[in-house]
Design a binder for this molecule. Structure first.
Ligand SMILES: C[S@@+](CC[C@H](N)C(=O)[O-])C[C@H]1O[C@@H](n2cnc3c(N)ncnc32)[C@H](O)[C@@H]1O
Length: 222
């Protein structure tokens, strides 16, 4: 949210920060100090978006989130409906999640297949063209004016410790793994990620870089 601050007008009526996670909202409340901000727990892919948010917003911003939403087509419809006519949204969406390959591979190992993958890999992991899928989502939601650009990102994360924390944080399956199996699962999961093309490692793992493609979407509701 801080990265938005320089771009916000001096006076605005309200800034609404939405997230599905109570813990994330609590963290944001305690660490972010933007004027006129309200924190709202909300599943952006829900079929029951509160009426108060329909046609409410002049601008919607979302960074690194939409590809995590299971009901992604509903999410795009909600974004469209939440914008006022004349409003604009700006999204960054990852083509694939960094851990998709690991989730896919682990789901083929008999010991781990029981924990599933369908709700874990990002929506278009099995699509030949995620970009075309996002364009279709925009069109189906009602957007007629939009731009979608692709950017390749190489981002240096730091060392082994930071890398492991990131990998653990992006795995929503962990709470479902039994206590007896948790350490073995984590080991297998990290090993799969070590082999994946999402990351590259220097000799002693003190410099780990992540690689991914991102879609940058700007869309106007007319
Ligand atoms: C990778 S974080 C990005 C957070 C923030 N935008 C940033 O750039 O630092 C993704 C966020 O999306 C939230 N999220 C995932 N699914 C969601 C959903 N269905 N509705 C709302 N938020 C969701 C997660 O709780 C998490 O806080």
């Amino acid at each position: 949210m801080y990265c938005l601050q320089p771009f916000l007008p001096n006076h605005y009526k309200e800034f609404v920060a939405m997230d599905i996670s109570e813990a994330m909202l609590e963290y944001a409340k305690n660490n972010i100090n933007l004027p006129n901000t309200r924190f709202v727990e909300c599943d952006v892919g829900s079929k029951d978006i509160d009426d108060e948010f329909i046609e409410k917003f002049d601008h919607i911003f979302s960074f690194y989130c939409i590809h995590m939403i299971e009901n992604i087509s509903q999410a795009f419809k909600n974004l469209y409906n939440m914008l006022k006519p004349g409003g604009q949204m700006f999204l960054t969406v990852m083509e694939y999640s960094l851990a998709d390959v690991a989730f896919h591979k682990l789901s083929k190992i008999p010991r781990w297949e029981k924990y599933g993958k369908q709700t874990t890999v990002s929506p278009f992991y099995y699509s030949e063209s995620p970009k075309e899928e996002y364009i279709k989502l925009l069109q189906d939601a009602g957007f007629k004016h939009y731009v979608l650009e692709t950017e390749s990102i190489d981002f240096e994360l730091g060392g082994e410790d930071v890398w492991q924390k990131l990998c653990i944080a992006i795995n929503p399956l962990l709470p479902k793994i039994s206590a007896e199996e948790l350490e073995d699962y984590k080991l297998d999961y990290l090993n799969q990620l070590r082999k994946s093309r999402s990351f590259s490692f220097n000799n002693n793992n003190s410099r780990i870089t992540t690689h991914f493609k991102m879609f940058i979407i700007v869309a106007n509701k007319i």
